[in-house]
Design a protein around this ligand. Structure first.
Ligand code: B3K
Ligand code: ZN
Length: 847
């Protein structure tokens, strides 16, 4: 299949006013009747409707059945020839048959545990009925559902209901990708929210029977989201009902369908016994994210899928800010940057690099990436930094005002910022259109009280984009004096040239600079800086992000040295001693400082420095540093482990969660000394999943995990969400030499229900997350992994394609490993009948 191109955009030649949909549900033969009220925008155009895997039963225009020569049907849709179309507005009626039970791709209408459920974004609606399935065609939907299930849900407001029947009307025009239908034997955990103008909104979280006692947290998170969006963005909810449904079989995290969000049950259900602190925080963030889409995505949507980051980048930025406001802002920022580097920087440096707004694709589902989401959010953050709080708010107000009800582009978005601020953002736009992570080099000079920073920016070529003109980079800088006092508070320097200098006058002595505070731009900062100065920043920087970053840099330098057989500077281990004891620093922050960079990140670091990473050496280096840390600070860590115990009943609040995080970070290090003694005790006595799972992970790390894994399994084998954790932890944390064989053995486990995306992902992501295990020299893990991608592809192409990104770093490694990974990718690419999804990925991965 050919690529679709941004430059080919054409508006749809018909206006669609209303849509009437009538469903008769049946697992094998669901009948869908659709009535579209269309009016031609220009004369003599044929009518093209998208449609895939549909059996067409009838087709009529203004009540007249069309004859076979008036239309053509092919594999991707239906064309009504121009001669058969009225020049005036007309109605088109179709009747199609679909088979939800046979739908294993989980796109369109499908079944999960006996319940009907839909996923339409990006192009799944065309598997439900013939339709202009593109986001710039927005219409009002009126839906009836007939079926045996006791609960029948769709978008909008419920207008009629009786046994086996429900009727839903959505007053807000929307594109088809936001359509949803759910039917099943569900129970609701309900509540309500009163909006700021007094609208009473019924809230329901629909789940399978037995799960209703795990919904309370999600419901409260929803209320907090609704309130926050009113307070911070002035956005109010716009229907009388808001439904959330939890589904076990789901290709991604959740979906923002208008008034009927559908969630992977993993991101809704939570109880202290089954969910970790991290799960709680993620659930709150995802609930917020999907809710916030109601304005950024639904009321204002995307003109075409190239503009995906218009809704996703902004909505991620909004959910991050929400979490930062409700929890610890700096800790949230650090977590986000760790994730950004682990996923987006990695993507940007490999064969899959693409701009936040790509300009071509074969399969849009392959572009729900870290670049579109996380880097997209960074771009919104930079606009916020450049305009300031008031300017940002004014721009967003203008965006909602000007574009409500429209399908927009990145150009519309940037124009709003230009109009609100009077600034020219044409250079800033390159962040959206250009791929790659800029490297920002900085040198310093101090002379006669004047301090100068000389910056140089450079972005390496990425696939299809050889030349990279300079970007507009906001660099937040502060200057510190010798005792850590702030000489120059945070200032935003705007870099627009390839090389640019900034000076600060009237300084008595050479200051210590704190550069790129808060990670003000998604760049890689390179600066020659001594371990002593980094230790100083770790102790004294007034910017919490850069304080952490200094420690990170020290750790990275130590690991890079160790991985090459050199000695590590003791500065990191010394500096952490002070931090462990620093009770003025928040426990969650200290926990982050104690966390060593992941092996994949160390590999990237080596690669950035021109060294070919050796996975075994990296693993050994990280273990050695952890042991060294534990040895040196054994007493302090032991004291910390005791002091951070949280007594009393579990709550997922940030305070106790932060203490647990610090306690477990200490235990993770001590575990390297005591051979799992403390972890065993904690595992046996833990009363919450956070500690229980962490302890299990530490035992897995020691290699003496058999008993713990068996007991965990027998306690939780009836719980699908907890069992996913069991699969993932024993692969991600186990000694690397065991990983591939263990993964293979686990595929024989009757609980490895591989067609369920969560379970497939747990096993495969567990293996891929074991860096040295996945990259084991013999290539066993590569072969195993590729075999399973090929097996999943015909069943669920989206998930298979997504999981293929485990290979995106293949060009980093030595010739042997490179050849093995390349061979696996070629084997995939050659496979007959490969899905468009996986085929595009394999081709791009091979470069
Ligand atoms: N918009 C959905 C993602 C849809 C993915 C389609 N392959 C979830 C979200 O970003 O909120
Ligand atoms: Zn989203």
């Amino acid at each position: 299949t050919a690529s679709k191109r941004l430059s080919d955009y054409q508006p749809y030649p018909f206006a669609l006013e209303t849509v009437r949909l009538d469903f008769r549900l049946d697992p094998q033969e669901t009948e869908v009747r659709a009535r579209l009220a269309l009016s031609p925008r220009r004369a003599a155009s044929a009518l093209r409707l998208d449609g895939e895997e549909l059996e067409l039963l009838s087709l009529a225009i203004d009540g007249r059945s069309l004859t076979r020569d008036e239309y053509t049907v092919d594999k991707t849709g239906l064309t009504v020839h121009a001669a058969a179309l009225p020049a005036q507005p007309f109605t088109l009626d179709t009747r199609v048959k679909i088979a939800p039970e046979a739908n294993t791709a989980l796109e369109g209408l499908y079944m999960s545990n006996g319940m009907y459920c839909t996923q339409c974004e990006a192009e799944g609606f065309r598997k439900i009925t013939y339709f202009p399935d593109r986001p710039d065609v927005m219409a009002k939907f009126h839906v009836t559902i007939r079926g045996e299930a006791p609960v029948l849900l769709s978008n909008g407001d419920l207008v009629a209901q009786e046994d086996g029947f429900a009727e839903w009307v959505d007053p807000w025009p929307k594109p088809a990708y936001l359509f949803a239908l759910v039917a099943g034997d569900l129970v609701a955990h309900s509540g309500s929210f009163t909006t700021k103008s007094g609208r009473e909104v019924a809230l329901n979280i629909w789940v399978r029977k037995g799960d209703e006692d795990r919904c309370a947290f999600a419901l409260e998170a929803l209320k907090r989201s609704m309130k926050w969006d009113e307070d911070v963005y002035g956005r109010e909810y716009d229907l009388d009902i808001f439904n959330i449904v939890a589904v076990d079989d789901f290709n991604m995290g959740a979906m923002e369908n208008k008034g009927l969000n559908i969630f992977n049950s993993k991101w809704v259900l939570a109880s202290p016994e089954t969910a970790t602190d991290a799960d709680y925080e993620r659930i709150e963030g995802i609930i917020a994210h999907e809710y916030f889409h109601n304005w950024t995505g639904n009321r204002i949507t995307c003109r075409d899928w190239f503009q995906l980051c218009l809704k996703e980048g902004l909505t991620v930025y909004r959910d991050r800010s929400f979490t930062a406001d409700l929890r610890l802002g700096p800790v949230k920022r650090i977590e986000d940057v760790i994730a950004l580097r682990a996923r987006q920087f990695r993507e940007d440096q490999g064969p899959l690099a693409h701009p936040p707004r790509p300009d071509h694709y074969r399969e849009i589902n392959n572009f729900y990436t870290a670049t579109v989401y996380e880097k997209g959010a960074e771009l919104v953050g930079m606009l916020h930094t450049l305009l300031g709080d008031a300017g940002y708010r004014a721009a967003l107000d203008l965006y909602f005002d000007r574009h409500d009800g429209q399908a927009c582009t990145i150009e519309d978005w940037l124009t709003v910022f230009e109009d609100a601020s009077g600034r020219d953002l044409s250079q800033f736009k390159r962040w959206y259109t250009d791929a790659g992570t800029p490297v920002l080099r900085v040198r310093e000079q101090f002379e006669d009280g004047t301090y100068r920073l000389d910056f140089e920016q450079d972005t390496k070529p990425t696939p299809g984009q050889p030349g990279k003109p300079p970007r507009h980079i906001p660099i937040t800088v502060g200057l510190l004096g010798p005792n850590g006092q702030e000489l120059v508070p945070s200032t935003v320097l705007e870099m627009t040239e390839a090389r640019q200098s900034f000076t600060f006058e009237g300084l008595g002595a050479r200051p210590v600079p704190s550069i790129l505070r808060g990670f003000s731009a998604p760049v890689r900062l390179e600066r020659d800086v001594s371990a002593r100065e980094l230790a100083f920043l770790l102790a004294h920087d007034t910017d919490p992000f850069n304080r952490w970053e200094a420690g990170r840099q020290l750790a990275q330098d130590a690991l890079v040295a160790l991985a090459q057989g050199e000695d590590a500077d003791p500065a990191y281990i010394d500096a952490l001693g002070a931090l462990i004891a620093d009770e003025s620093a928040d426990p969650a922050f200290r926990a982050l400082c104690l966390r060593l960079p992941a092996e994949d990140e160390i590999a990237q670091s080596l690669h950035d420095r021109g060294v070919t990473p050796d996975p075994e050496a990296i693993h050994a280096a990280r273990e050695a540093l952890a042991r060294d840390l534990a040895h040196t600070h054994e007493d302090a860590l032991t004291a910390l482990y005791e002091a951070m115990a949280v007594p009393g009943p579990y709550t997922p609040d940030p305070g106790p969660a932060g203490k647990r995080a610090l306690r477990l970070a200490a235990l993770g290090l001590l575990n390297r000394l005591d051979g799992g003694a403390r972890a065993t005790a904690l595992f046996e006595n833990a009363t919450n999943m956070t500690e229980s799972l962490a302890a299990l992970g530490f035992l897995v790390q020691t290699g003496a995990d058999e008993k713990a894994l068996a007991s965990f399994r027998s306690r939780w084998e009836g719980d699908r969400l907890v069992m996913d954790k069991w699969f993932i932890v024993q692969l991600a944390a186990c000694p690397p030499e065991r990983a591939a064989a263990r993964a293979a053995a686990l595929t024989e486990d009757p609980l490895f229900t591989w067609k369920t995306p969560n379970r497939f992902r747990a096993l495969m992501a567990g293996l891929a997350g074991n860096h040295a295990g996945f990259h084991a020299k013999d290539g066993a893990a590569y072969r195993f992994y590729a075999d399973w991608l090929l097996r999943l592809d015909p069943v669920n192409p989206q998930v298979a394609a997504r999981m293929s990104t485990a290979f995106e770093t293949w060009t980093r490694y030595d010739a042997d490993r490179r050849a093995q990974m390349q061979a696996e990718l070629e084997r995939i690419a050659r496979t007959e009948g490969l899905s468009r999804d996986l085929s595009e990925m394999a081709t791009r991965l091979l470069g």
